[in-house]
Design a protein around this ligand. Sequence first.
Ligand code: IPM
Ligand code: MG
Length: 364
Amino acid sequence: MSHQVLLLPGDGIGPEVVAQARRVLDAVADRFELVVALDEANLGGGAIDREGAAYPESTQAKARAADAILLGAVGGPKWDGLPSGDRPERGLLAIRADLDLFANLRPAILFPQLAAASSLKAELVAGLDILIVRELTGGIYFGEPRGIRTRDDGQREGFNTYVYSESEIERIARLAFELAGKRGGRVTSVDKANVLEVTQLWREIVSGLACDYPDVALEHMYVDNAAMQLVRAPKQFDVLVTGNIFGDILSDTAAMLTGSIGMLPSASLNADSRGLYEPVHGSAPDIAGQDRANPLATILSVAMLLRYSLDAPEAAAAVEQAVAHVLDAGLRTADIAAPGEQAVGTRAMGDAVIDALQAKGGKG
Ligand code: IPM
Ligand code: MG
């Protein structure tokens, strides 16, 4: 069976990191005899420049046909002056909505080789392995009405709508319970139920599902406390499930605990396990085109793509092992190098991962 994979290199360092991830995907497909058909399209700022829209129709047609999508990053100062509805980021929101990618999985894993890079004390983060499950196609990001209007007294006011339906809450919560059942067996549902009705409903629905997952322990936590606990004692968490905006914020916090946002992959899945995979980091325009970006988050996104959309868990594990191997061997891009440590470039890091993959040899 041939798998259709669409590459969306995007802006800034996106094309460089996707180029390395693509080479890794080719190498792993070769080793595990997977047939992968690659195509490429525009998303974000480059799409605005070349096709006049952040999520052009040509990209939409290819995205709808793909089994999986690998995205680099979107956005950059060149497009910062555009009105918010026309910015590159809107392309990302549009593809999430178009493909109904409601489930955003953001692991925050501490690579033992990089423990010193964390902003927290080593003992607080040693062995850290959190999975943030963020609802991605609802909540205040998409709620209507929204806008900026002028009031009767002449002042302008901005407004958004924070809304979740029962079914939206249920599908993301069920996924969190299922994923927790396959790992630490604990779900922390994050809300602001002491203030916001929408998250009172969230808490009620999540609580009602718990009886279907007797092996998973559920706790609820207010978002302000969750933010505090993440930097106080992050290892108390296994799976965190939350809505779109809280997940956006908490996942950046969790990423920083690992000390290396350049290492973290993510998956955005729909109900058919078709998905969009992307590094958690942004387009880093300040280092774009200099062969300095860390490609490992995008390479690890390939591993997630293999696991969740191509149903190739062994190939996924091989990619993850190859990454661990290059870290063990001491290779570091500039973002994860200790002071005084020699850094390698984007392409050399890609080469090393491919060498490690091929050195393992065999046919899985
Ligand atoms: C993310 C990003 C996006 C988001 C932006 C770029 C729209 O911050 O994926 O976390 O807020 O979802
Ligand atoms: Mg974010």
